[in-house]
Design a protein around this ligand. Structure first.
Ligand code: UD1
Length: 365
């Protein structure tokens, strides 16, 4: 029987792989999960396995944090051992995190076929570690599963054969569709004592936004301004907490009763928070897509996006993260938020089924 290993490592990977594992059940190939351990905190990892009803990983590499070189190198060393033991026919990597390129590179160097889910996305900003991971992974993959038109076009422009590019839709939206009803039962709004549409949901973790004291101070000033009009719910990433404490900005923010700093939210709670928010402010990649699907206005605090369909069709507005720009956009969002034109093509909850069919009928013929 043919064998596939799917790799997960960091928070945004789990929801992209869970539906693929579900869609593989009962099919004619064995599907193993390898968790690199890039994210290891309960709230960034185990809570997602629980909420996504994902089987426990077959391998856990436990690599943890480190510099990019340390993290990437550790993942490669440990993943090679898994490949030696299992000798799979196909490795699947998702998205753009360090685990994606590390496991991709290890696989192709051993002559194992590589498939990349969410291939072809480009921010054209090489200062983002994720952009380097995307370009490098696409340059070594054998099969490309694409979530939106821009991804397809970028791959074609680099000369990749159409036969290996598959426009399948978005497996992250598969998870969202699957979990939405369950998310309605989350008690998070009650726990936080907020009502639907009466709060703004904020997430912030990109190094370019949080690793610099001047930038971080600017965001905090903006949140404090906004807190005069709406409550703010801010599930805070460990990187951001660490930087706020280092810059001595944390205590002030926590003292503001209209700003609720909470631990990173588990998947179902976070879906509920997104679905009921007045609007969302974020520098995440995936949240731009989830808010478009949910038709919730999203202000993205970045100069570029690798997900242009969320702007062209969806609710996303890109905002250069300087003080004046953000204030202008916030004032607009408070009175006249953007509305969705349509949901991007094939974001219908069935992308994983399409991928499994392609694996069975085209890759493992
Ligand atoms: C990683 C991804 C990013 C993704 C984000 C989502 C890369 C290059 N970046 O960024 O694309 O949007 O995940 O969360 O792969 N930490 C903990 N506990 C954990 C994990 C990390 O405390 O479970 C701390 C680390 O010690 C480090 C910081 O968080 O200080 C950053 O972690 P890291 O995995 O290096 O990158 P992220 O910023 O999370």
């Amino acid at each position: 029987m043919k064998k596939v290993i799917s790799v997960v490592g960091a928070r945004p990977n789990f929801m992209k792989v869970a539906p693929l594992i579900r869609a593989s059940q009962g099919k004619n190939f064995k599907h193993l999960i390898c968790h690199t351990g890039q994210h290891y905190d309960y709230n960034l990892s185990d809570a997602f396995f629980r909420d996504l009803e994902m089987p426990q990983p077959d391998y856990f590499l436990g690599v943890g944090s480190g510099t990019h070189a340390e993290q990437t190198a550790k993942i490669m060393i440990e993943f090679e051992k898994v490949l030696n033991l299992e000798n799979p026919d196909l490795v699947i990597v998702v998205g753009d995190v360090n685990s994606t390129i590390a496991c991709g590179l290890t696989s192709v160097k051993k002559g194992i076929k590589l498939a990349h889910i969410e291939a072809g996305l480009r921010s054209f900003d090489r200062d983002m570690p994720e952009e380097i991971n995307r370009i490098a992974t696409d340059s070594i993959s054998d099969y490309f599963f694409v979530t939106e038109t821009s991804g397809y076009n970028h791959l074609k422009e680099t000369g990749i054969s159409e036969d290996s590019i598959f426009f399948v839709g978005n497996t992250m939206i598969d998870s969202l569709v699957y979990a939405l009803e369950k998310a309605d039962h989350s008690s998070i709004l009650n726990d936080l004592q907020v009502n639907p549409k009466e709060y703004i949901l904020v997430t912030l973790h990109r190094p370019s936004n949080v690793d610099d004291i001047i930038n971080l101070k600017k965001f905090i000033e903006i949140f404090e301004y906004l807190a005069q009009f709406r409550k703010i719910i801010f599930p805070i990433h460990p990187r951001t907490t660490k930087m706020m404490k280092e810059f001595e900005l944390y205590d002030n923010l926590i003292a503001n009763s209209n700003i609720k700093l909470i631990e990173p939210a588990p998947y179902l709670d976070f879906l509920n928070l997104m679905k009921n928010a007045d609007f969302v402010m974020t520098d995440s990649g995936g949240i731009q897509e989830e808010t478009t699907f949910l038709n919730i206005p999203c202000l993205t605090l970045r100069t570029t996006t690798e997900r242009p369909s969320t702007i062209e069709l969806g609710t996303n507005v890109l905002c250069e993260p300087d003080y004046e720009n953000i204030m202008t956009e916030i004032k607009r969002f408070l009175v006249n938020p953007p509305k969705r034109k349509s949901i991007p093509s094939l974001w219908d909850g069935k992308a994983s089924e399409r991928i499994v069919k392609i694996i069975e009928e085209k890759i493992f013929l």
